[in-house]
Ligand binder design. Structure first.
Ligand code: NAD
Length: 270
């Protein structure tokens, strides 16, 4: 699989840049990866940093590609697809799209039927190798295609395949938007600690390290998170008092509603 030639359109951007960095770090031959972009200087810097090839010409870059990863912003995706349709519909290489909110049917319209397409939904912790990528395979995608996409996702974290395209909306509600939920919680903790008299830098340091520690402990442990929570609590103790406030205030219901709103918005956009 490492002999597949992969071309990332918009390759020096945030998300594709993270994926390429992960692939190279995990041993994928940099020579078999091409990043394309519009900004020559940005592309030059990216190529110097990662050792992959660079090109400002999408069409010549994709000519021999086995896999084309689309990583431009959703609003310019249609125009991009229309500019590469001749090459793609003739040869039918695997297309992996990282764009949020564009259904598979749209790509089939823009690129023609019969092109194998995988929708991948990464999240921003991919930038530090701890991402989650939800994946959905359209018609004509083979087992080997799926292995390539899994390898790509694994290079920046973990992968989850969903059987229905609507499953991507659930992935968005959990892991796609999820980092922002935790950032919101951290922000509230930092604000509260500062209000209670701690200086903001100390409040941020303690909050972030606590979030990191809790996540590491939960990942490393066989114990489920509800029990890990109970392990911090003792009867009539300090943590119990705080957790009671969260529960009486409706935090579990609020989380459920927020995630349901998020998934509904993802479905609306698709
Ligand atoms: P970005 O702006 O950092 O990267 C996009 C890159 O594409 C830019 O470098 C731009 O110069 C380049 N580009 C634009 N038009 C081009 C063209 N015609 N040919 C070649 N290059 C072109 O954006 P990003 O945050 O990396 O997002 C990329 C995609 O990833 C989006 O579709 C987004 O929906 C998806 N995504 C992003 C996130 C996230 O959290 N950032 C999460 C999931 C999915």
């Amino acid at each position: 699989m490492s002999d597949y030639k992969m071309v990332f359109i918009g390759g020096a951007g945030n998300m594709a840049g993270a994926v390429i960095g992960g692939l190279v770090a995990s041993g994928y031959p940099a020579d078999n990866i091409v990043a394309t972009g519009r900004d020559e200087q940005k592309l030059r810097d990216f190529v110097a940093r990662t050792g992959v090839r660079g090109s400002t010409d999408n069409l010549s870059a994709i000519r021999n590609a086995d896999v084309i990863v689309l990583s431009v912003k959703p609003q310019v995706m249609k125009e991009l697809c229309e500019s590469i349709v001749a090459e793609v519909s003739a040869r039918k290489p695997l297309i992996i799209t990282l764009a949020a909110g564009i259904p598979l049917a749209a790509y089939q319209r823009w690129l023609g039927a019969g092109v194998p397409i995988i929708r991948a939904m990464p999240n921003t912790p991919a930038l530090v190798g701890t991402g989650v990528t939800g994946l959905y395979a359209g018609a004509g995608v083979t087992g080997e295609h799926k292995s390539v996409a899994t390898q790509m996702a694994d290079a920046v974290g973990i992968a989850l395949w969903v059987d229905e395209e609507s499953g991507i909306d659930q992935v968005i509600a959990v892991s796609g938007s999820g980092p922002a939920y935790y950032f919101q919680f951290m922000e509230s903790m930092i604000d509260a600690a500062e209000k209670a008299g701690m200086n903001r830098a100390d409040a941020a340091r303690l909050t972030l390290q606590t979030a990191l520690g809790a996540a590491k402990l939960a990942v490393a442990s066989d114990i489920d998170v509800a029990q890990l929570k109970r392990n911090v609590m003792s009867p009539n103790g300090t943590t119990e008092r705080a957790i009671k406030r969260f529960q009486d205030g409706g935090l579990p219901e609020l989380v459920e509603q927020a995630m349901s709103d998020c998934a509904a918005r993802a479905a609306e956009m698709a």
